[in-house]
Write a protein that binds this ligand. Structure first.
Ligand code: AMP
Ligand code: ZN
Length: 498
């Protein structure tokens, strides 16, 4: 399958919803055929949860489709291994240092443990690794340089070894709140007064550099004394370093829009006087049984618990493929609720899709096609071109499976070339773009095969003993579960019903 030649023939027709304008915009990269994309990565102080995974799977879809269209994509996704404090208002302990203190291990041991977990989990979900995965601690020098520049621009002040961004001053010439649609006056009106401990001029100011108290272990020397960078700074430093002062796409979960991304914009504007990012993309949250997924409330499932079924919240284990299919059945900007029923439905749907795909290569060939295959294929591109609409793409793929059944029945016909084209295109969209793999479900199918072999054997024995009550019971109960037994001269086989 060659990438869509349409991009070259008729110009790109991909539209992406830009959180900055609140509209879907025609995607035109800064440099023809190349895309720079930055996605905020995890803070590696605990196991990645399924909510985090949803966001990274959403951007994996974006990355995969851009690549499918033939773009050369540089995808940068960072690892936050320092500077992310417990509370947004620049207060509390560093999340990684706190975990290290509680577990009596080195902060870098915490970082290593959860970075490995993150990579392992994302690989299980078949997400592609980014082109560059920079860390905050690996870019302290770059971050200090940016702080110096913002001070030089008169938009930051140093106080007692910490440096804060002067939001009010910035807002006299620019708009702090441009991304989240907030107004500084409203923010001031709605904010509590500063606690006695804070040395900021106003609560809206945010830390660029924080003085390290004697007990703070993650510390670096700087012109303002020993300290550590503010959380928002790393993404400004690393995106500029690897993608330039202006780049195409910046993504992250919806919860990062404010203050994190707002602050990133302010920092970059302060030093370069131009908007750093053309398109801001925000992926929506995953909830569990209607409530926000959060570790603190216990309303949370870890990927491993999903894969091995070791949680009371689920009736059984689900493969990463099924979980990924479940997530892609929702548009990335919609909220998605995870529940046992929803996963069971996704499992059935995915089995149906795969079963349909497996039949394409055996379709009867005709001299002429009775349908326009190109119109089916165009519907896949239309879906993805409309802001990466994976649920519509999946619906379009099911339409093609309907066609497969019609061709099998002889109601419609396809030529050999069209059958091959259908096979290649469906494969490209299911495996390359949606990132679904057969592997895990194949393993599951081998278990299913073995279990059904046992039941088929028991049915044979019952029939041999003229115990037709039992043999019919086995057949009928399997049928009720969507598994149809078929007897022919070679013995008994089964099919999963759509
Ligand atoms: P964190 O490690 O907390 O910085 O989060 C890593 C990424 O996961 C960020 O882009 C978050 O916005 C995203 N995220 C956190 N919780 C959820 C959730 N419940 N659903 C979807 N994405 C989430
Ligand atoms: Zn970030």
């Amino acid at each position: 399958m060659t990438p869509r030649s349409k991009m070259n023939e008729t110009g790109a027709s991909l539209r992406i919803y830009n959180s900055l304008s609140g509209k879907k915009e025609l995607f035109t990269p800064i440099e023809a055929q190349q895309v720079g994309m930055y996605v905020c990565g995890p803070t590696v102080y605990s196991n990645v949860h399924l909510g985090n995974c949803r966001t990274f799977i959403s951007f994996d879809l974006v990355y995969r489709y851009l690549k499918h269209l033939g773009y050369k994509v540089r995808y940068v996704r960072n690892i936050t291994d320092a500077g992310h404090l417990e509370h947004d208002a620049d207060e509390g302990e560093d999340r990684i240092a706190k975990k290290a203190r509680l577990e009596r291990i080195e902060p870098m041991e915490v970082v290593q443990r959860y970075t490995v977990d993150f990579h392992k989990t994302l690989a299980a979900f078949n997400t592609l690794p980014p082109s560059i995965e920079p860390t905050a601690t690996g870019h302290i020098i770059e971050q200090i340089e940016i702080v110096k520049k913002i001070i030089d621009a008169g938009l930051a002040y140093e106080i007692g070894g910490s440096v804060y961004f002067d939001v009010a001053k910035y807002n006299t010439t620019k708009h702090y709140g441009v991304l989240s649609g907030r107004k500084l006056e409203d923010m001031i009106h709605n904010t509590r007064a500063l606690s006695g401990q804070s040395d900021k001029k106003t609560p809206q100011d945010f830390a660029l550099w924080k003085k390290a108290e004697p007990q703070h272990i993650m510390r670096w020397p700087s012109p303002w004394g020993d300290g550590f960078p503010g959380w928002h700074l790393e993404c400004t430093a690393m995106s500029a370093k690897y993608l330039g002062e202006q780049f195409d796409i910046h993504g992250g979960g919806m919860d990062l829009k404010f203050p994190h991304h707002e602050c990133e914009i302010a920092q970059a504007e302060a030093i370069n006087n131009k908007k750093p990012v053309n398109i801001w993309m925000h992926a929506n949250m995953l909830t569990l049984n209607g409530k926000k997924m959060a570790k603190s409330t216990g309303n949370n499932i870890l990927p491993n618990e999903l894969f091995d079924g070791s949680t009371e919240l689920l009736s059984k284990a689900f493969t990463p493929d099924v979980a990924r299919f479940f997530m892609l059945q929702a548009h990335y900007r919609s909220m998605l609720d995870l529940s046992d029923d929803a996963l069971l439905a996704a499992e059935k749907g995915y089995a149906r899709l795969k079963e349909g795909i497996s039949r394409i290569e055996q379709l009867p060939e005709s001299q002429q096609s009775s349908v326009s295959l190109d119109s089916y294929i165009a519907s896949y591109y239309r879906a993805m071109d409309d802001d990466f609409n994976s649920p519509i793409l999946i619906a379009a793929l099911f339409e093609s499976i309907k066609l497969v059944h019609l061709v099998e029945k002889g109601t419609e016909t396809l030529t050999k070339a069209d059958i091959q084209k259908l096979q290649e295109t469906v494969h490209a969209f299911v495996y390359d773009v949606l990132g679904l793999t057969l592997t895990s479900t194949n393993e599951q199918n081998s278990y299913l095969d073995s279990a059904l072999d046992v039941l088929i054997e028991l049915r044979e024995q019952a029939r041999a003993n003229k115990d037709f009550v039992t043999s019919d019971q086995i057949r009928d109960q399997l049928l009720a579960k969507g598994i149809q037994l078929k007897d022919d001269k070679d013995g008994t086989s089964y099919t999963l019903m759509s």
